[in-house]
Structures are given as C-alpha cells and as structure tokens.
Design a protein around this ligand. Structure first.
Ligand code: GLU
Length: 470
C-alpha cells in the first residue's frame, strides 16, 4: 500500500506553528514511507477565508521546503463533485431532505436544554416529510442510530463514540453548498488518503466522517490526531508566542530546517538527539511515536536550535539567507567569497540570520558611523598613536591575508610591548565603528586592504579634527 497523507489547512487565519507542525508530520510520514503528500486548501468558508491566508500557506510551505506531490487543491473548485455525491447519497437513501425551520429547531433545542439533555436533531424529517412550500430544505446524512464507531488513533489510542450520541449531520445547506465535514470526507476518499494526520481538535469530527466514508463504500484511512502546541505559560498559543504567521520566522532570520527541527521535537523524541537534519528526521520519524500530551512552545530553545543549524550548515547554503536579510536593511552583495567568509566569521556570535546581517553592516556600507563612546575610549590620545603605527604596518604588507595581517599586528604589539588587544581595538573601532567584531585579522582580510586603509585614514582625520576642536 502506498501511503498518502495530506495537509488540509483552512485559510481563515494565518498559518502558524501549530499548523506547520501538523503539515510537517504529514510530510515526514509520507517521505518516510515513500508515499505521497497532498496539499489541500479548505476554503469553503468563503466569508472567513482570505487570499492573504492562502498566500501565507503557499509561501510558507515553499519557504519550509514542505513540497507537495499533489495540489494545491481548492475545495471551492470541487463543488460540482460534492453536489454529485450529495445527489448520489439522496438517491441511495443515505441522506435526506430536512424541512425543519430554524424556529422549530430552536424550540426543540430549548426544550432539550430545559430537560438538561444534550441538544440534538430530533430526527423529524428522517423518515420522510412532505416538502413544505417556501422552505428550502437542507440535506442531512442518515447516521446509524445503533452501535459504536471505534477510532484506532495512532496517537490517542482507541477512542469509542456511540452512534446514539451522533446527530444526523447537515451535509448541504439550504442554498445547496456543501458543509465542511462532508467536503473533507469526499476529498479524503477521492484523493485516496490513507493516513489522516491533523490537530486533535478534529477528533470529535472523526466518527461522523468515518460513518460517511463507510456509507460511500470508501476504505477508511488511519487517523492520527496530534496535540496542540501551548504557549510557554501553558495557556493557548498567543500572538506573542508563536501564533503568528510562519513567514514572520523567515523575517526574523530563522532557518527553515531549524524551525522544522524544533517542531518535530515538540512531542516526539528519538533517543536524546536534539539536532536533526531533514534526512535524519525522515529516517527516524514515525507518527506512532508522537506524544498525546500537548507541548509548550519554548522560544529560547528554538533560538538555540537555530544557531546550531547555522553552525552546522555549509556556508554556501546560508548565503541566500544572509542576502535576504541584508536586503531587508537596504544592503546587498553578490560577492560569494565575501559572503561565505562573513558567515564563517560571524555565526558564532549570532543566533539568527537577521542578527548576523545587522552585525555585518560595516562590511557593506560606504562609510561607517563610529560609536562616540568607542571613539573616546580607543581613538583618542595613545589610541590614535597606536592606530597610526597600525596603519604604517598594514600599508607595508605584501599580501593581504588574515595570516599576514595577524603576523603584522603581532609584531607591532611586541615592538610596543603591549598585548594584541591594545593594538587591535583602535583599528577595530576605526573599521567597524564599534568595539565588537569577529577576530581582527579575519575582519580586515574580508574588508580588503583598500577599505581598511581608507577607514583608518578617515578615523585618524576625525580624531585629529576632534583634537583641534578640543
Ligand atoms: N481544515 C482543517 C483545519 O484547518 C483541517 C481538517 C483536516 O485536516 O481534516 O483545521
């Protein structure tokens, strides 16, 4: 049997971490089983669905690399098919027209509530009722009244629902449009879905969907209802913590692999391994091993994992991410060697690609703004003299490499009887504008001779200017 999974988001809110994790589990399971992964947009709720939410789903899935083998399908493009199945079920007596009015149903519900019963459809039209002029009927599914539906859920275990507890569900509204649970059933059947992996807020829909699938003669899929993600405080995931569009994580400089790694580990473990590549996730993942308890979102751990992935990635693989972040702050470069060098030099001190880009501005700007505090500390008095010596030493260098720069600065430090730090700080402030940067030899090598000397000259000029005024 070929495994077929699907991710079926409703574009009524932005795709966020909870949805991404469901998508990831479906995708991983299909990849692991060498099956097929389908993307299906459940946009039948036309009032609440938005184009923006559809775009976030499509762009988010692309950014994450959760590639679909089929789709995206859109339920709004399948209405003819749903109508045909409704007609077929009506003809077979598996569904019937219901002419009850809202007023009638409200009255029944009020009585049931007064008797402290669970409100449910009383079955008035189940055995045939003459059409009523002026009332457009809905179509209801004739749910079995006896027996039970047993869901053998891969995450929750066996869950039993009594048919007596299940209503005759409306499958088409009075205007003929199909309802949500019905569309899911037809789609899962038509698309040959073998494993339904979705949020456990849908567990209560499952017995109804299974009854309809059985009525249609479809093979029942296996179900796996995955738990919710809670906020760090144990409450529902809020906007402040993760319930934001997945694309926000791209903007913040997270790597898709790190985000997926973080999400796969929420409620699933493989020994004590924390860092997984995509291939490792695929090899190790099994939906059966997912925990049924909800897990709490931990932003610090996500940040930690992000840096782990930055440290382990091939620098070339990070170049597009760095460039994307640089563009966001109005900078760019297509110098591959420079970009890879910056990544190697900076990744120990940045937890996100955004942070790396911000820390690396000085490589790309025309002139640096020197932080006045750093200037006062390192470019005045003795600092200025040291900088002049550094300039002379560097200007005389034959080849311009981190090795030769290092040797030159070492030599000068020895001559001055000072530590390397004393020699490095003035030049660091002069070329980067601040007192913090990667090792000075690597920094200057990446910056190049011309720009290094020009920035030192500018800083010396500025320092001279300050002294004249002072
Ligand atoms: N459209 C549903 C949702 O976004 C998922 C339905 C399903 O996976 O069966 O919650």
């Amino acid at each position: 049997m070929t495994v077929v999974t699907r991710f079926a988001p409703s574009p009524t809110g932005m795709l966020h971490l909870g949805g991404v994790r469901t998508a990831l589990y479906s995708w991983l399971y299909a990849r692991r089983m060498q099956g097929k992964f389908i993307l299906r947009v459940e946009d039948t709720d036309r009032e609440r669905s938005t184009e923006e939410a559809v775009r976030v789903i499509l762009d988010g899935m692309t950014w994450l690399g959760l590639t679909a083998d089929e789709g995206p399908y859109y339920q709004t493009q399948r209405f003819d098919r749903y109508r045909a199945v409704i007609a077929q079920m009506l003809a077979a007596g598996q569904a019937y027209h219901c002419y009850c009015t809202k007023e009638e149903l409200d009255a029944v519900r009020a009585e049931q509530t007064a008797r402290k019963e669970k409100p449910r459809y009383p079955g008035t039209c189940r055995n045939g009722r003459a059409p009523r002029p002026g009332v457009q009927p809905v179509v209801r599914f004739r749910n079995p009244t006896e027996g039970a539906v047993v869901v053998k859920d891969l995450v929750h275990g066996t869950v039993t629902f009594q048919n007596a507890e299940l209503d005759d569900l409306i499958i088409a509204r009075s205007d003929g449009t199909p309802t949500y649970n019905f569309c899911v059933v037809v789609d899962d059947m038509d698309m040959g879905v073998t494993h339904v992996i979705r949020g456990d807020d849908h567990l209560n829909n499952t017995p109804r969907q299974m009854n309809m699938l059985l009525a249609l003669g479809a093979t029942l899929p296996t179900y796996a209802h995955v738990p919710m993600i809670l906020g760090p405080d144990g409450a529902k995931l809020s906007k402040r913590h993760g319930a934001v569009s997945v694309l926000q994580y791209e903007e913040e400089g997270y790597l898709p692999d790190a985000l997926l790694n973080y999400l796969v580990r929420l409620g699933w473990a493989h020994g004590d391994q924390e860092v997984f590549t995509r291939a490792e996730m695929i090899a190790a993942f099994d939906i059966k091993d997912v925990n049924k308890a909800a897990s709490a979102f931990n932003p610090e751990k996500l940040l930690w994992l992000n840096q782990q992935h930055m440290m382990r990635a091939e620098p070339a693989a990070l170049v597009p991410h760095l460039r994307a972040q640089l563009r966001r702050i109005g900078l760019d470069s297509d110098d591959q060697a420079l970009l890879e060098g910056i990544i190697l030099a900076q990744r120990e001190r940045a937890k996100t690609m955004k942070e790396m880009a911000l820390n690396s501005r000085f490589f790309f700007v025309e002139t640096v703004q020197i932080d006045p505090k750093a200037a006062a500390k390192h470019l005045a008095g003795a600092g200025k003299e040291t900088l002049e010596r550094v300039r002379a030493q560097l200007a005389a260098l034959g080849e311009w490499t981190s090795g030769s720069i290092h040797a030159a600065l070492d030599e000068l430090a020895a001559t001055l009887g000072a530590g390397l730090g004393k020699v490095a700080q003035p030049v660091r402030v002069a070329v980067t504008g601040t007192a913090v940067s990667p090792p000075i030899d690597v920094t200057l090598a990446l910056l190049g001779r011309h720009r290094t000397l020009a920035r030192i000259d500018a800083a010396l000029g500025a320092a001279a200017g300050t002294e004249q005024h002072g």
